[in-house]
Design a protein around this ligand. Structure first.
Ligand SMILES: Cc1cc2nc3c(=O)[nH]c(=O)nc-3n(C[C@H](O)[C@H](O)[C@H](O)COP(=O)(O)O)c2cc1C
Length: 223
């Protein structure tokens, strides 16, 4: 059937203005409590929860609905260890040779180093890959649109879903990330985009004190 002619009614569930105000304020309060956590306990997370988190991320909008993402879930200690070794090798080079002084200065308040124990201690790693192009049954390339934007939105929704589920994560970008494609045996058209350890914070985990910009710094009205 012609794809263009397939339409269905949008099911709009109207809510009252009071309910709108309540929900948006509750959601805002929830998101205000999200922080990047880098100290994880090994407490496990149920597989069904991880699946629901990924289904949530997969509802994201994407250029021409190409859904150019893959979420690789790692729970096996051997694979987590291999990822930690490879990530720390890159991060050591980043911190000791590749990052310019300006970048190191900007990171200083976070207290991060090349050491990434959470890559082994977190019970689950979700590695997000962007799929640069699809491949059809005949081996022809299928164009994907706005890949970075689409995968960025899906990742943001995943981070919000993780927080909503009472779990924590940190957006880890151990650049360059090619080792993830190799360790996780992903095909040529899939490039590692971000790595999210998922789980519970370690007892007495700490986070750096930081401020978020106020509304009048981030919003411009009718310029
Ligand atoms: C694109 C991106 C890449 C990031 N890469 C790293 C990273 O490699 N390692 C890390 O510890 N934190 C990383 N972060 C987390 C930021 O440092 C963190 O979001 C920021 O300090 C604000 O803190 P918050 O998430 O607690 O609000 C990254 C965040 C983003 C959005």
């Amino acid at each position: 059937m012609d794809k263009k002619s397939l339409r269905q009614e949008y099911v709009f569930e109207e809510i009252s203005p009071d309910e709108q105000a309540r929900r948006s304020s509750t959601f805002c309060d929830l998101l205000k409590k999200r922080r990047s956590v880098r100290d994880f306990s090994s407490r496990p997370v149920a597989e069904k929860i991880i699946e629901d988190l990924i289904i949530s991320a997969g509802t994201a909008p994407s250029g021409a609905n190409m859904q150019p993402w893959r979420f690789v879930v790692v729970t096996k200690p051997m694979i987590k260890k291999a990822i930690r070794i490879a990530a720390e090798k890159e991060e050591k080079l980043n911190y000791e040779q590749r990052f310019p002084q300006r970048w190191l200065d900007d990171l200083a308040h976070l207290g991060t180093t090349f050491s990434k124990p959470y890559l082994e201690s977190a019970p689950v790693l979700i590695v997000i890959f962007k799929i640069d192009y699809g491949i059809d049954a005949g081996g022809q390339k299928i164009k994907h649109y706005y890949v970075n934007e689409s995968v960025g939105i899906a990742t943001g929704m995943l981070i919000a879903a993780i927080h909503n589920a009472g779990l924590v994560t940190v957006t880890h970008t151990p650049s360059p990330m090619k080792f993830l494609q190799e360790i996780l045996k992903r095909p040529q058209n899939e490039k590692a985009f971000m790595l999210l350890p998922v789980g519970y914070p370690a007892a007495k985990a700490t986070v750096p004190v930081l401020n978020k910009k106020k509304l009048d710094e981030i919003m411009v009205k009718n310029p």
